[in-house]
Write a protein that binds this ligand. Structure first.
Ligand SMILES: [Zn+2]
Length: 53
């Protein structure tokens, strides 16, 4: 289980809340899961192409 960690863009604080306690702004996920998953699969696909001749 991964805890959801968000980051406030204005004060650069990490928080588990989707609203910053300090400046009351909406926080954002610093690592979008979709993007990193795509990147990983792309890497594996390239490796698979090289090794499976
Ligand atoms: Zn903040």
């Amino acid at each position: 289980m991964r805890p959801k960690i968000f980051r406030c863009e204005s004060c650069k604080r990490y928080t588990l809340l989707n609203t910053c306690k300090v400046c009351r702004k909406k926080t954002e996920n610093p690592k979008p899961a979709k993007y990193s998953a795509d990147d990983k699969f792309g890497k594996y696909r390239r490796i698979a192409k090289k090794t499976n001749k």
